[in-house]
Design a protein around this ligand. Sequence first.
Ligand code: MTE
Ligand code: MO
Length: 333
Amino acid sequence: MTPIESMNKIRSREDEVTPPHLYFNRRAIMRAGAVAATAATTTAAYRWFNPKIDIVNEAKPIANLKQQDESEGTEQIRGWQTDEEKTPESDIISYNNFYEFTTDKRRVAAVARDFQTDGWQITIDGLVEKPQTFTVDQIHSISQPEERIYRMRCVEAWSMVIPWAGVPLGRILDVVQPLPTAKFVAFETLLDPERMPGQKTNVLDWPYVEGLRLDEASHPLTLLATGLYGKQLPPQDGAPIRLVIPWKYGFKGIKSIVRITLLDKEPPTSWNRYAPAEYGFYANVNPQVDHPRWSQATEQRIGESGRRKTLMFNGYEEQVASLYEGMDLNQFF
Ligand SMILES: Nc1nc2c(c(=O)[nH]1)N[C@H]1C(S)=C(S)[C@@H](COP(=O)(O)O)O[C@H]1N2
Ligand SMILES: [Mo]
């Protein structure tokens, strides 16, 4: 283990038990009479000088969160959890892509800190029997929120393991009842440049939009996430509700969703519009299909030192490959 790795380990363990402000006080007292060069002292110094670790998610716990049943590894087989080490919460909430706030990954949390999501509503309309508008509480009452520990692979070749909390999107679609003509699902982020200052720039066309085929959207792995590490999503991770599709590149996981519309044709998607030669509609993780400007064969797991091999469908091949039978996977990037 490298020093950084062991530091990360200690850091994540202590994050679980002590809020940072208390931790600093306790450490300060200990340091007064302490012997230097212990791992704990190194960690305290690291924390002291590295501002990113001041970021804490102070949101409320997700009420009534269902933990997965680990008996006989069933949940592993379903892909709902993994043996791989979870990325520390402090990393998940301080290294983000959310262009509505800033394109600087390490500053999203600070810029988004005061993003107000009270009274948030999400409308589902289009080709459905019963169009409807939901609050996050109503989403939770349709299906008990569950914990899902998924790998997350960004198209930029970094990855994390994130314990999400959320509700399978398919359960919500069952309530609105897609019409037989519905084949695709379009998603839209909030458009409000006053609350999302990045929308005053033209790095992307706003609002951010994404899409799935209806069968992808209804797949049991596809999650409408409302939390991580058992607490409500912090703004930087897409509060109060975002999409998670673990076998696709991270940009498909659209954040802060206000509208979901069922359609009979493929909807436009933000990154495909921006650079059609670089980002496709499907965007399934595929180590054999390189991005035009870099390889997708390996990835940097945040908190690890070496690189690891990227897995086909991000390791969910068994669960999702049948969705793409007969398609040329090298073409549908
Ligand atoms: N609305 C919106 N959703 C978004 C993005 C964005 O810029 N805006 N970035 C995407 C990208 S590229 C990634 S990798 C993931 C990052 O999610 P995380 O910050 O919670 O890890 O969010 C995705 N969803
Ligand atoms: Mo990404």
